[in-house]
Ligand binder design. Structure first.
Ligand code: CDP
Ligand code: MG
Length: 763
C-alpha cells in the first residue's frame, strides 16, 4: 500500500523532528537540571554570580529560562566580549526559540543591529551595553542584565561592573547576573558586596595532557608555532581515533597559513596514493579544514559549528575565540601553541598594540578542557611542562594593559568626573589614567577642570577612537570637508589593510609583488596615504564597486564594502549631532593625463584640495607626528612634552630630544610613500614632517596611514595652546589637584603618543 504524505505535512514532520531534536539537546545540558533552582535564586537576589564549565549552557540556556519562567520581564540584555559570539549565540537561541532572528531574539554589535521593538532577549557586545549605559545610567529598558564571559575581563566588562554597581543603587529592582567560567569568581562576588555564587557542576570527561617529548620552551616555539601546530594536528589526524581537532593559534595570518599547510599535506598524500580519499584505518577518511577568527565573514563561521559528517574529521585552526566564547561540537583533540594575541599597552612608547604573548595557566587549562566536552579527550601542548609552570596563573585583565582613552571619555560623559576614584574591580594603573586624561585634554574633549566639553560630547557619540572622532567633528565644523573625511575615516576605522600584499611565497610571488606595487603606485597621492585612500574609493565607485576590479588592482574589496556601510552609519551620527556634511574645496590642477590620479580627483574629475582634509586629521593626530630622520624611511617621533619641558622651539624642525623619548618610526611597506620612495617618485628630501594615524608595534614601531604635513599647521593648531596650558589643569575634577603636576616620574617618562590603534571589538 502506498501512503501519500502531502508536501506540507512532510515539512511539518520534518520541523517537528527538528524541534524535538533541539528540545532534547537543550535538556541534555548541565544547566537544565538546575533550571528551577536558578530561577528561584534570580527571583530572590538582585545580583547573582553564576559559574559553570564552558559549554554547560550558561550563555544559550539561562537567558531562555528567564524568558520562559518570568513572563513579566521587560527586556533581557546579555553581553558578550566578542562580536562573533554575540552573533552565533543569538542565531542559535533564535533557532531554539523557533523565532526569526531580530524578532523576540536579536543581537546588537557595533555597526550591526538585528533587534526590533519586539525583541525581548538581546545579545550584544559589552561595548554596546557600555554605550547604552552612558546614555541611560538607569538602563531603563532592561529588567535583567547579564554580563556573560565575565572571566574574560575585557575593559568594557570591567567598566560595566563599576557602572552596574551604581545602577544597582539607582534601580534595586534590576536583576544583575554575572556569568563566568570557573575562574576568579570570588573576586566578582566580593566586588558586588559578597553576592551569592551559583555553581553549576560540570559534566566533563577526563582530558589527557600531552607534552612534547623533548623540552620545548615557549620563547623558542614562537617562530615555529605554525609548523609545529600543523604537524601535530596532522599526526593526530593520521593516527588517532575519530574526533575533531581544535588548534589554538594567534591570528588570521597564522591561521590561514596553517589551513593551507594542512590542506597541502592532505592533497600530497592523496596524490601519492592515487586515490581520492585517504583512510587512516579508523574510519576517518579525509579532513575538512576551518579557519576561525573574529573578522571572518559570518557565512564561513557557520559551517564550523555544524557537526561533522561521518568519516570526515573537522580540523579547526582558531584564535582565542574558541577558548571560552564559542563551542564547536565534536572536539576531542586540542593542540595548544601557548600564545595569544592580545592588546597590550607599552608605557615606554605610550602605544597600544596587539602583541603575541604567552597565555596563562588558567587559559591553558581552559583550552585543554575543550577536548573533553563530549567524550574523553587529549590536549597536546606544544610547550613543555616547565614552560607551563612558569606561566602566569591568571590572564592580566585588559584594563591593566591598555590605554584608557575611550574609557575615560565615557566615564567623563557619565559625569564621573573623578575618574581616578572610580570603582574598578581592578583599578588601572594611575599613570595610565592620568595619561588618558591628558590626551583627552589635548584633543579638547575635556576642559581644564576635567569636565567633558561640547566637543567631547560630540566625540563620544562616534563609535570610533576619540582621535578619529575629533577628526570628523573638525572636518565638519572647521574645515568644511566632512564628505571626504568621512570616507577616509571609514576606511581607517576598519581592521584590515586596504591594499593586499601578495606574499613572496605564493605562486608567482615576485611577479605579483611587482604588479601589486605598480597598482598601488597608480593610486598614490603625492601627499600620502589619506588622499590615496580617497583615490581608491572614487575609482572603486566609478567601477561600480566591482570585486573583480578590486582583485585585479590588489585592493581588499571587503575593506571598501565595510567602509561603505560604516560610512553611512557615521553619517547618521553626524546628522544626529547636527554636523554638516560638506564637500572639500576644489583646486585648479595643471592636469596632464599621467598625474591625473596623483592629484586626487573626485568622481566628477575635479581636483580636491588635500589641505583641509589633512588639517582635519591633524586635529585628532597632532601628537602623532614625526620628523624625518637621518636614515631613509625612518622618522623620529615628535614628543610635545619634551617640547614643553625643555622649552625647545621646534620651529626649525630640528630639536634635541632626550633618548628615552625618541622613538624611531618606520614606514610600513603598504604606505604610499614606501612605493614612491622606492621608485623615486618622491625624494626623501621632500618629506619633512609626517602625520600618522596608526602605529603597529612589533619588533619596531611601524607607521601606517602616513601623510605629509607642514609644521606650520601644527603650530597654529589649538592643540598647541592646550599643550602650553597643561601645567595649570585639573583634569581629574574641578577641586582636585593637578594630577599631572604631582607626578614627576610621569613627566620624565612621558611621551605623548595617542593610542590610536583602532582595535576590533574582539580579537
Ligand atoms: O555558555 P556556556 O559555555 O556555558 O555554554 P553555551 O555557549 O550556552 O553552549 C551550550 C551548548 O550549546 C554547547 O553544547 C554548544 O555546543 C551548543 N551551541 C551550539 O550548538 N551552537 C551555538 N552557536 C552555540 C552553542
Ligand atoms: Mg558562554
Amino acid at each position: 500500500m502506498c501512503v501519500c504524505v502531502p508536501h506540507d505535512l512532510q515539512l511539518y514532520i520534518l520541523q517537528m523532528n527538528q524541534r524535538d531534536r533541539i528540545q532534547k539537546q537543550r535538556e541534555s545540558l548541565p544547566t537544565y537540571e538546575y533550571r528551577d533552582e536558578l530561577i528561584e535564586a534570580i527571583r530572590e537576589y538582585s545580583i547573582l554570580v553564576v559559574i559553570g564549565e564552558t559549554g554547560s549552557g550558561k550563555t544559550t540556556q539561562i537567558p531562555q529560562y528567564i524568558l520562559e519562567s518570568l513572563p513579566d520581564v521587560k527586556k533581557i540584555g546579555v553581553t558578550q566580549p566578542r562580536r562573533i559570539a554575540a552573533i552565533t549565540v543569538a542565531k542559535r537561541v533564535s533557532e531554539e526559540q523557533d523565532v526569526s532572528l531580530g524578532a523576540a531574539v536579536g543581537y546588537t554589535i557595533r555597526f550591526d543591529d538585528r533587534t526590533s521593538s519586539s525583541t525581548k532577549l538581546k545579545y550584544m557586545t559589552d561595548g554596546v551595553l557600555l554605550r547604552e549605559a552612558t546614555q541611560d545610567p538607569h538602563l531603563s529598558q532592561y529588567s535583567v542584565v547579564i554580563i556573560d564571559e565575565a572571566h574574560e575581563r575585557t575593559l568594557e566588562t570591567d567598566v560595566l561592573f563599576g557602572l552596574l554597581k551604581q545602577t544597582h543603587r539607582l534601580r534595586p529592582d534590576l536583576k544583575i547576573l554575572i556569568m563566568s567560567a570557573t575562574l576568579d569568581v570570588e573576586k566578582f562576588s566580593d566586588f558586588f558586596d559578597e553576592c551569592p555564587i551559583f555553581e553549576i557542576p560540570g559534566r566533563t570527561f577526563p582530558v589527557d595532557i600531552i607534552y612534547p617529548e623533548s623540552s620545548q620552551r615557549l620563547s623558542s616555539l614562537k617562530s615555529l608555532m605554525v609548523d609545529q601546530a600543523v604537524d601535530t594536528a596532522w599526526q593526530i589526524h593520521t593516527q588517532e581515533a575519530p574526533g575533531d581537532i581544535l588548534v589554538f593559534l594567534t591570528g588570521q595570518h597564522d591561521i590561514e597559513r596553517a589551513c593551507k599547510a594542512f590542506e597541502d599535506k592532505e592533497r600530497k598524500l592523496n596524490y601519492k596514493k592515487g586515490v581520492k580519499y585517504y583512510d587512516d584505518g579508523h574510519g576517518v577518511k579525509n579532513a575538512v579544514v576551518f579557519p576561525l577568527y573574529a573578522s571572518l565573514e559570518t557565512f564561513d563561521q557557520k559551517a564550523v559549528f555544524d557537526p561533522s559528517r561521518e568519516s570526515v574529521r573537522k580540523v579547526v585552526f582558531a584564535t582565542n575565540v574558541a577558548q571560552t566564547s564559542v563551542t564547536i561540537p565534536g572536539i576531542r583533540y586540542v593542540v595548544d601553541a601557548g600564545f595569544v594575541k592580545e592588546k597590550s599597552f607599552d608605557p615606554n612608547t605610550g602605544m597600544d598594540a596587539l602583541l603575541v604573548t604567552e597565555i596563562s595557566q588558567a587559559a591553558a587549562t581552559q583550552r585543554a578542557g575543550r577536548a573533553g566536552r563530549t567524550a574523553p579527550g587529549k590536549a597536546y601542548r606544544l610547550y613543555d611542562e616547565d614552560s607551563y609552570n612558569r606561566m602566569l596563573l591568571n590572564t592580566i585583565p585588559e584594563i591593566q594593559r591598555s590605554s584608557l582613552l575611550s574609557t575615560v571619555l565615557s566615564l567623563k560623559k557619565m559625569h564621573i568626573i573623578d575618574v581616578l576614584g572610580f570603582e574598578f574591580i581592578d583599578p588601572p594603573e594611575e599613570t595610565l589614567v592620568k595619561n588618558a586624561l591628558k590626551q583627552l585634554y589635548l584633543l579638547g574633549a575635556i576642559d581644564d577642570i576635567g569636565k567633558i566639553t561640547p566637543m567631547g560630547e560630540k566625540m563620544s557619540h562616534f563609535p570610533l577612537s576619540p582621535s578619529l572622532a575629533r577628526v570628523l567633528v573638525s572636518s565638519a565644523e572647521e574645515y568644511g570637508c566632512s564628505h571626504e573625511v568621512l570616507t577616509v575615516a571609514s576606511i581607517l576605522a576598519g581592521e584590515n589593510d586596504l591594499f593586499r600584499a601578495p606574499s613572496a611565497r605564493s605562486k608567482g610571488g615576485e611577479e605579483a609583488m611587482v604588479k601589486a606595487e605598480e597598482c598601488k603606485l597608480r593610486f598614490a597621492h603625492h601627499s600620502g596615504d589619506h588622499m590615496t585612500f580617497l583615490n581608491v574609493w572614487h575609482e572603486w565607485r566609478q567601477h561600480g564597486k566591482d570585486r573583480r576590479w578590486c582583485k585585479d588592482n590588489w585592493i581588499n574589496s571587503k575593506v571598501l564594502e565595510t567602509a561603505s556601510s560604516v560610512r553611512s552609519q557615521l553619517i547618521d551620527v553626524m546628522d544626529k549631532c547636527r554636523l554638516p556634511i560638506k564637500h572639500a574645496p576644489k583646486i585648479k590642477a595643471k592636469s596632464s593625463k599621467s598625474n591625473k590620479r596623483k592629484m586626487g580627483q573626485d568622481e566628477r574629475g575635479e581636483t580636491i584640495d588635500p589641505v583641509p582634509i589633512l588639517k582635519s586629521f591633524l586635529t585628532g593626530y597632532f601628537t602623532n607626528i614625526a620628523n624625518k630622520g637621518v636614515n631613509r624611511s625612518v622618522f623620529s617621533h615628535y614628543s610635545p612634552d619634551e617640547h614643553l619641558t625643555e622649552g625647545i622651539s621646534a620651529d626649525e624642525g630640528s630639536f634635541g630630544v632626550r633618548s628615552n623619548a625618541l622613538v624611531a618610526l618606520h614606514l610600513h611597506p603598504l604606505c604610499a610613500f614606501s612605493d614612491m620612495l622606492d621608485r623615486n617618485k618622491i625624494k626623501y628630501a621632500e618629506l619633512d614632517w609626517v602625520m600618522y594615524t596608526h602605529v603597529t608595534y612589533t619588533n619596531k614601531a611601524v607607521m601606517k596611514g602616513v601623510s605629509k604635513i607642514l609644521w606650520d599647521w601644527v603650530r597654529s593648531g589649538d592643540g598647541q595652546e592646550r599643550i602650553k596650558k597643561l601645567p595649570k589643569t585639573r583634569l581629574n575634577g574641578g577641586d582636585g589637584p593637578n594630577v599631572l603636576e604631582m607626578d614627576d616620574k610621569m613627566k620624565e617618562e612621558s611621551v605623548v603618543v595617542m593610542a590610536n590603534i583602532d582595535l576590533p571589538d574582539d580579537t
